[in-house]
Design a protein around this ligand. Structure first.
Ligand code: TRP
Ligand code: ZN
Length: 491
């Protein structure tokens, strides 16, 4: 779905233009063309042209697609854990942002069986991770259109450039789908760039296992229906607030479910793999405690429910802030819980517009850890800052490799500078503007860009306008400059 605020509005077609460079030629073509598929000669309607194969993200040029904006994904999945077989139907509702003769979806692996656009059979072709869909009749700019893709096969986990395993990952008792930055295309076709948020209805059907027990299915949002058909069970999860596709999640396996409430009456759903139940004993209590704490610091919690998935997936060395229920490959410690829940505000509700804006998510989620430690009788944020600066904190390793707001290539968006040095930027801003202004800036940020996308420039502008201070020196040194800045102010 489209971003909600005016400041959020991004000329998406301009982005695709600058990427591919075909725009001037296309404009010329438009000016000269008098006829086009689906429009009468001389009626002034722009010709239908192919949508771009990417949204123009410098770090990931082929992620996402141009020419349309998805508003809703209806994913109906049939998953058989034995043999790792997935059969899916994706109903994708989108609004065309140009006249489209054809458009791309991102999809990796799997077999596409059939495709329709507006109920009519469409032609599909595969080219790398691009699924090229040519509708029988071109789609008009502004039109809301429905694409249905039926697919199946063995979904794969992929090794990202960052070295992390992502995609549809098999576990010892089922599977876990993790999508940052590119893994979601391994289990459903879509517009896989963070800038295109949409609502989701995810229905997953799983069989009984050899003992006759059902597998559990956990996903984002709220469980709204469950259907036992004897041999199979279907669980329907709904995400009623906008979500970027890298945050979409499905876990299949066995889980103990802990239901609860936050102080603000938000439903809490914590699913724990029995293999982790002892180590994760505090998680069902900690989730609402952390969410209530964070809501005071950052503003109202942005979604209809919260929770966590504590899986047992030894070897996966990261957690992911999957929307409403962050995913943990093993029982998390307090600071990791704080980090992933902090992302619900920074990353999930306010989402980076481009991957290079990731420090806004990771810096803030890391800073949430610092704040938690400071307020729970651990080190002060000053001390943590110092330990990062001096390199005595374990997580300080590698933080000077590149400026946080300018990662060198796609695979580096999860590298230490984006996290640790990102948090240092925020601490420097806090010291410069004072606590009152700093926390007001955070509240304004989460309110203004709630459920949208935002970028580095917007954050810097907000910090300066809210505080009335010139912060260029801080941002230049901590955010944009190469190498370790000279000893900081207040340090
Ligand atoms: N964004 C995740 C977090 O902050 C971490 C993460 C996701 C990650 N994918 C990764 C880390 C790949 C390293 C490699 O918790
Ligand atoms: Zn993070």
């Amino acid at each position: 779905m489209g971003p909600r605020t005016t400041t959020d509005r991004r000329p998406r077609s301009a982005a695709s233009r600058s990427r591919s460079g075909w725009a001037p030629a296309a404009a010329l073509l438009l000016a000269l063309t008098t006829t086009c598929a689906g429009c009468a000669p001389g009626d002034g309607i722009a010709a239908a042209l192919p949508g771009a194969a990417g949204v123009g993200d410098r770090l990931f040029p082929t992620l996402g697609n141009g020419g349309y904006d998805v508003t809703h994904y209806g994913l109906t999945l049939d998953y058989t854990p034995e043999g790792n077989h997935l059969k899916g139907t994706a109903v994708i509702t989108a609004r065309a942002t140009q006249n489209l003769s054809r458009f791309d979806l991102d999809l990796s692996g799997l077999r596409v069986r059939t495709a329709t656009v507006q109920g009519a059979r469409a032609h599909v072709a595969r080219s790398g991770n691009e699924l090229v869909v040519t509708p029988a009749k071109s789609v008009k700019e502004g039109e809301v259109f429905e694409t249905v893709i039926a697919y199946d096969g063995t979904p794969r986990a992929v090794e990202g450039d960052d070295g992390g395993l992502e995609g549809w990952i098999e576990t010892d008792d089922g599977s876990a789908a993790l999508g940052e930055p590119t893994g979601s295309m391994t289990w459903f076709p879509g517009n896989h760039h963070p800038s295109d948020k949409a609502m989701y209805d995810i229905r997953v059907t799983v069989p009984r296992d050899a003992d006759g027990d059902f597998y559990d299915v956990v996903s984002n949002g709220e469980l709204i229906a469950e259907r036992d058909k004897g041999g199979t069970v279907t669980r329907h999860w709904r995400t009623a607030e906008p979500m970027s596709s890298y945050l979409a999640h499905v876990s299949v396996g066995y889980f103990d479910v802990h239901n609860g409430w936050t102080r603000d009456h938000l439903p809490v759903y914590v699913a724990v793999d029995p293999d982790e139940s002892e180590d994760a004993a505090a998680v069902p209590r900690l989730v609402p405690e952390i969410v209530d704490w964070a809501a005071e610091l950052f503003g109202p919690y942005p979604f209809s429910s919260t929770g966590a998935v504590v899986d047992h997936l030894p070897g996966l060395d990261y957690a992911l802030e999957t929307q409403t229920k962050p995913y943990f490959a093993e029982a998390p410690d307090e600071s990791l819980l704080v980090h992933e829940l902090g992302h619900q505000w920074f990353g999930n509700s306010v989402t980076p517009r481009r991957w290079k804006d990731m420090w806004l998510s990771e810096g803030m989620a890391t800073y949430a850890e610092w704040l938690w430690e400071e307020q729970r009788g651990g080190r002060s944020t000053d001390e943590i800052f110092q330990a990062f600066y001096d390199g005595t904190d374990d997580e300080a390793e590698g933080i000077w490799a590149f400026p946080p707001a300018d990662p060198p290539s796609g695979g580096r968006v999860s590298d230490p500078p984006v996290y640790g040095r990102g948090a240092m930027v925020l601490d420097q801003v806090r010291k410069a503007v004072g606590d009152e202004d700093f926390f007001r800036i955070l509240h304004t940020w989460t309110r203004r860009h709630r459920h949208g996308n935002a970028d580095t420039g917007q954050f810097l502008t907000l910090c300066e306008s809210e505080s009335g201070k010139d912060l260029t020196g801080i941002f230049d040194a901590w955010l944009f400059a190469k190498g370790k800045p000279p000893r900081a102010r207040g340090a």
